[in-house]
Design a protein around this ligand. Structure first.
Ligand SMILES: [Zn+2]
Length: 96
């Protein structure tokens, strides 16, 4: 999954910012993030197409503070290390 890392303070964001809210820098680098920690998850059932009928939406945090969401069909608990990837419908994750 692609994140944006501030070139001055290394804070990471899911969406590119005009200015880093932590240090004021306008420089960002695009970085590929492949692992994160689960902060929380919600179990969803009876979901719309094209998603499976039974999966979890997981809020994760990258090593440098970016928070985002990914989908998984695995049981994920707070604090689990995750492998982050992408499919045609967005970010997906699996416990490491
Ligand atoms: Zn910064």
């Amino acid at each position: 999954m692609e994140l944006y890392r501030c070139s001055k303070c290394s804070s990471e964001y899911v969406f590119r910012r005009a200015v880093c809210p932590k240090c004021g820098s306008k420089g960002f680098d695009s970085v590929e993030v492949k692992s994160a920690v689960a902060l929380d998850s919600v179990h969803l059932i009876a979901t719309p197409e094209p998603f499976p009928d039974d999966y979890r939406v997981v809020m994760f945090q990258s090593g440098n503070g970016a928070r985002g969401f990914c989908r998984t069909t695995s049981d994920v608990k707070r604090g689990d290390r995750l492998r982050i990837g992408m499919d045609e419908n967005g970010p997906v994750c699996e416990p490491e």
